[in-house]
Design a protein around this ligand. Structure first.
Ligand SMILES: Nc1ncnc2c1ncn2[C@@H]1O[C@H](COP(=O)(O)OP(=O)(O)OP(=O)(O)O)[C@@H](O)[C@H]1O
Ligand SMILES: [Mg+2]
Length: 302
């Protein structure tokens, strides 16, 4: 069986600082997981700010090369996508949704222009009518229609509506995987659940798998099939979402469950572990430990 996605021993280091203060940041350390091609699922990556979630997502999307390890999508490595054609094939199958829909869309362009452009480049629409049909069909999947968004600018839509448009754009090429990096953190709390429910519906009705990146334990608990908890580059616990969130085993997972939202970042929902010194102690342990399997299917760094 070919996996939809196979991430194998992937690490990423960045070198930061100037000539005299140069240091290495281990953004992702030895991450491994795979998604099945047969059973669509919502795989959540959760962790506090700087834990490596976006870096991992960018490597999967091919926006950032891994320092080591391999990533295969439908059996093909990122190295096999250098040609434009292979790259386009990949983009049809894997689509991103980003955190801030107001940054996704240029404020000076009508939002439907992006949708038309995606229909042309990734869904093979050769006429305006064919593109309009593809765009409208995608918008319908997220509870909107072309009539509602045609000729409108990003600022004329709510954050929740605009994030729906971003998801609709991602759906145009009929992808197998959507990578949604904190898709609800900039959306009003009252609308978050409807976006999260939408991701779940996409899994159930379209068979799309979703990598859902979040700080938000509540939505993670609600929609995830499996989850990976990251701490400063390390996956410390990974497996069935309910089992882990009901009874986290790794000390950092336990801290995360008790964590509070920081006041500074309240809008972004950044997690801050309740006891930072305990979090640091757990991290120091991470470097000297390895992932171990448990009978309920989770792996824990111990
Ligand atoms: N382009 C880059 N150059 C240097 N360091 C980087 C770069 N991108 C990320 N990092 C560093 O890698 C680490 C992981 O960052 P990343 O953005 O992946 O975290 P994150 O979990 O997505 O955080 P957040 O929740 O704030 O989005 C951080 O220490 C960050 O400063
Ligand atoms: Mg991030």
């Amino acid at each position: 069986m070919t996996a939809l996605l196979d991430v194998s021993h992937v690490s990423k280091q960045f070198v930061v600082g100037g000539r005299l203060s140069r240091r290495r940041v281990d953004a992702v350390v030895d991450a491994s997981f795979s998604l099945s091609a047969d059973a669509p699922e919502i795989f959540t990556i959760i962790g506090e700010s700087g834990s490596g979630k976006t870096t991992l997502a960018r490597m999967i999307l091919g926006l950032e090369p891994a320092s080591s390890g391999d990533i295969h999508f439908e059996g093909r490595s990122s190295g096999e996508r250098r040609r434009r054609r292979a790259r386009l094939d990949f983009m049809r199958r894997v689509q991103p949704v980003f955190q801030n829909p107001f940054e996704t869309f240029n404020p000076l362009k009508h939002v439907d222009r992006y949708l038309y452009s995606t229909a042309r480049t990734l869904a093979g629409a050769t006429s305006r009518a064919a593109a309009a049909a593809a765009v409208d069909a995608s918008l319908q999947k997220v509870g909107l229609s072309l009539d509602e968004v045609a000729g409108r600018y990003a600022h004329e839509l709510s954050g929740g509506q605009l994030q729906r448009v971003a998801i609709a754009r991602a759906l145009i090429p009929d992808p197998a995987l959507i990578i949604a990096d904190e898709p609800v953190s900039m959306v009003d709390a009252s609308l978050r659940m409807s976006i999260v429910n939408l991701l779940r519906d996409l899994r159930d009705t379209l068979g799309v798998s979703v990598i859902y990146i979040t700080h938000d334990l509540a939505t993670a608990y609600y929609i995830s099939d499996r989850l990976a908890i990251m701490q400063q580059g390390y996956v410390v616990e990974m497996g069935p979402a309910r089992a882990i969130l009901d009874a986290p085993e790794h000390p950092y997972s336990q801290l995360l469950k008790e964590s509070v939202l920081s006041v500074d970042d309240a809008g972004l929902g950044h997690l801050v572990p309740a006891d930072r010194s305990a979090a640091i102690a757990a991290l120091e342990a991470a470097a000297t430990t390895s992932l171990q399997e448990r009978p309920d299917g989770r792996v824990v760094r111990a």
